[in-house]
Design a protein around this ligand. Structure first.
Ligand SMILES: [Zn+2]
Length: 70
């Protein structure tokens, strides 16, 4: 079960009145590659990135090994 009701706050002023920002430019693409989504604060207009929660990839990476017995 995922409780994804975390309130996003502006890191600058602490307001909760933030919205998703359009991603554009290289920096956004770069951050997007790392699972970060651009956000914009409506109070102070500060733009920041929010890290998105990983989707069911909490298992250890040792599972990626291929099985060779055929
Ligand atoms: Zn703010």
């Amino acid at each position: 079960m995922t409780t994804e009701t975390k309130v996003i706050r502006c890191p600058s002023c602490g307001a909760r009145d933030v919205r998703h920002s359009m991603s554009r430019g290289l920096l956004d693409a770069f951050n997007g590659a790392f699972g970060r989504s651009p956000m914009r604060c409506r109070q102070c207009q500060k733009r920041f990135y929010r890290r998105l929660p990983r989707q069911e990839q909490d298992d250890d990476e040792t599972d990626l090994k291929e099985s060779d017995d055929d």
